[in-house]
Design a protein around this ligand. Structure first.
Ligand SMILES: Cc1cc2nc3c(=O)[nH]c(=O)nc-3n(C[C@H](O)[C@H](O)[C@H](O)COP(=O)(O)OP(=O)(O)OC[C@H]3O[C@@H](n4cnc5c(N)ncnc54)[C@H](O)[C@@H]3O)c2cc1C
Length: 469
C-alpha cells in the first residue's frame, strides 16, 4: 500500500500563494463534484481542489507536491468510464476547467494549439468558422487533456483514428516541476524517442498535459447515413467485416444489439425494430462518390440479409437516423432511473469481432442477464452495458466483465479499446502485458519516482481498497 502525506493548512496556504486564493478550494461542493467520474467506481474525495490558469502554475504546484510527497490527480471534466480521474489517495485534485482556451489556430497547417481544459465540442464549434474539425469524438464533451490522457476514440475513429493519431506536440509538466515539449508541429517526426506518444494514454500518471497541438481535418462537404437492421447479430457483424473489407472507409460504423434497440424504442419511441442494427456514416468530397459508396453499402447489407435499410444524404434525415445512436447512453440511463450502470470496454482484431460478439450473446443468454451491447464495430470495439441494482447484480456484472475481458485477450485483443485502464482494468495488466508491464513500471519510476501522479491507476499493486484507506 502506497502512503503519501496529507494536505495540511500550510500546504493549502502555499497553493494559494502559487495560484491565487480564488483558484484553491476546500469547499464541500468542489470536493464532492470531483470525487467520482461517470463510471461505477466508488467515489473518493480529494483534500483540496485547485484550478490552475497557467502552465507555470501547474509546474509550480507539481514541484511543491513532489517535495512534500502529496498526490496530484489531473481532472478534465470527469466523463471517464474507468475511474481514471478519481483521486483514490486524496491529495490535490487539479482541475483544468480554467485552462480552456484556444492558443492559436494554424489553419493553413490544419492544426490548432489549445489548453488542455477545452471541451472537444466547444473546440469544434470554434473551428467550424475555419471549415476544420478535430475528429476524435467520445460522445461526451470531454476535454482535450482528458482525451489525450485516456487516448480516447469514439465513433469516427474508424476513419480518422484515435486521439493519439490526431496530436502532434504537447507541453507536459513533469512530477518534479520541469515543463517539457514533446513532439513538434511538423507532421513528420523522426527525432529521438517518441515521448509524445508515451504521455498519450498515460492517464495522468507520467506527466500533466498543459498544452497540445492537434491535427485537424476539413469539415466534409458531403455526408450520408445508412441504418440497417439485421435478423441476427452474426449477420450484422458479417456486414461490418464486409463493409470494412470493401474499401469504403466509413466515417462511422456502429452496432447496437437488439436488446438496446428494444429499450430505445420502448422508452423513447425511437424508430427502430428489435433487431441488431448497424449505423454507418460516409464522408466524401463529391456527391457522386458519396452516392456510389451508399450503393455499395446498400448492396452489402442486402446480400447479408438486412431486414431494412434506410439511407440518406439529407442532413436533417441523417441526424434523425443517428439520433438513437448519439443519445443511446442518456436514453438508457433515463429509462432505468433506479439502476446504476457498469459499462465495460474491450477491443479485438476485426476478424475476431464476430467471435467476441457471439461469446457475449451466449453469456447473456446462459446467465439470463440483462445487458446492452453497443459497439464501435468498425474498430472491433464493443461496450457491454450492465444495469445493476444491489450487490448480487453488481457481482454478476463483474463476473461477466471478467469473462469478456479474458475472451478478448484470448482473441488477440485488449482489455480496453478506449476507456483506459483506470482502476477497473488494472487487474488485467499483468495478463495482457507480461514483462512489458515491468517496463511500464520502470518508466513510471523514472518520470515520477515518488509516485505522486494519479496513483491507484494502471498498476495492480497500486489499487487501494477504497474503504480501507
Ligand atoms: C456518455 C459517454 C460516452 C462516452 N463515449 C466514449 C467513446 O465513445 N470513446 C471514448 O474513448 N470514451 C468515451 N467516453 C469516456 C470519456 O469521455 C473519455 O475517457 C474522455 O477521454 C474523458 O475525458 P475527460 O475530460 O472527462 O477526462 P477525465 O475523465 O476528467 O480524466 C480522464 C483521465 O485523464 C487524466 N487527465 C485529465 N486531464 C489531464 C491533463 N491535462 N494532463 C494529464 N492527464 C489528464 C485524468 O487524470 C484521468 O486519468 C464516454 C463517456 C461518457 C460519459
Amino acid at each position: 500500500m502506497m502512503s503519501f502525506n496529507p494536505v495540511t493548512p500550510e500546504i493549502i496556504q502555499q497553493l494559494k500563494n502559487l495560484l491565487g486564493d480564488e483558484h484553491v478550494s476546500i469547499a464541500r461542493a468542489d470536493i464532492d463534484l470531483h470525487a467520482r467520474d461517470q463510471s461505477h467506481h466508488e467515489a473518493h474525495p480529494a483534500e483540496v481542489v485547485i484550478f490552475p490558469t497557467t502552465a507555470g502554475g501547474v509546474a509550480d504546484v507539481l514541484k511543491l507536491a513532489n517535495s512534500h510527497h502529496i498526490t496530484v490527480t489531473p481532472w478534465g471534466v470527469g466523463t471517464g468510464l474507468e475511474g481514471n480521474s478519481i483521486p483514490v489517495y486524496g491529495g490535490i485534485l487539479m482541475s483544468f476547467e480554467r485552462m480552456d482556451q484556444i492558443v492559436a489556430v494554424h489553419a493553413d497547417d490544419f492544426q490548432v494549439t489549445v489548453q488542455p481544459g477545452i471541451g472537444h465540442k466547444d473546440l469544434n464549434a470554434e473551428l467550424a468558422r475555419h471549415g476544420l474539425f478535430f475528429a476524435p469524438d467520445p460522445g461526451a464533451n470531454a476535454t482535450v487533456g482528458g482525451m489525450l490522457a485516456n487516448n480516447a476514440s469514439g465513433i469516427r475513429t474508424v476513419k480518422y483514428g484515435a486521439s493519439k493519431d490526431n496530436v502532434l506536440r504537447m507541453q507536459v509538466a513533469l512530477a518534479d516541476g520541469r515543463l517539457i515539449e514533446v513532439g513538434s508541429r511538423s507532421v513528420k517526426q523522426a527525432s529521438g524517442y517518441d515521448l509524445l506518444h508515451l504521455f498519450v494514454g498515460s492517464e495522468g500518471t507520467l506527466g500533466v498535459i498543459t498544452e497540445a497541438t492537434l491535427k485537424l481535418v476539413p469539415v466534409p462537404t458531403y455526408m450520408s447515413a445508412v441504418v440497417a437492421a439485421f435478423p441476427t447479430v452474426e449477420s450484422a457483424v458479417e456486414a461490418v467485416v464486409a463493409v470494412r473489407g470493401s474499401g469504403l472507409e466509413p466515417a462511422a460504423l456502429e452496432l447496437i444489439d437488439s436488446a438496446h434497440c428494444k429499450m430505445l424504442r420502448e422508452t423513447e419511441g425511437v424508430d427502430l425494430s428489435d433487431n441488431p442494427t448497424l449505423f454507418m456514416e460516409f464522408h466524401a468530397a463529391t456527391e457522386a462518390t458519396l452516392a456510389m459508396g451508399l450503393e455499395i453499402a446498400r448492396e452489402i447489407c442486402q446480400e447479408l440479409g438486412a431486414l431494412s435499410i434506410h439511407a440518406t444524404t439529407d442532413t436533417a434525415e441523417r441526424k434523425r437516423l443517428w439520433h438513437a445512436r448519439h443519445h443511446s447512453y442518456e436514453i438508457m440511463v433515463r429509462s432505468q432511473p433506479d439502476h446504476e450502470f457498469f459499462i465495460m470496454d474491450v477491443a479485438v482484431p476485426i476478424s475476431a469481432y464476430p467471435a467476441l460478439i457471439a461469446y457475449v450473446e451466449g453469456l447473456k443468454a446462459e446467465t439470463n442477464t440483462t445487458a446492452y451491447m453497443i459497439g464501435h464495430a468498425g474498430d472491433g470495439n464493443v461496450h457491454v452495458e450492465f444495469p445493476y441494482k444491489g450487490q448480487a447484480e453488481y457481482d454478476n456484472a463483474m463476473r461477466l466483465n471478467d469473462l469478456i475481458v479474458l475472451k478478448a485477450l484470448d482473441l488477440g485483443g485488449t482489455a480496453t479499446g478506449e476507456h483506459g485502464v483506470g482502476i477497473g482494468k488494472a487487474r488485467y495488466m499483468e495478463r495482457e502485458h507480461g514483462q512489458a508491464l515491468d517496463v511500464m513500471r520502470s518508466l513510471k519510476a523514472a518520470l515520477d519516482p515518488n509516485g505522486i501522479l494519479n496513483p491507484g491507476k494502471i498498476f495492480p499493486e497500486s489499487i487501494p481498497s477504497i474503504e480501507g484507506l
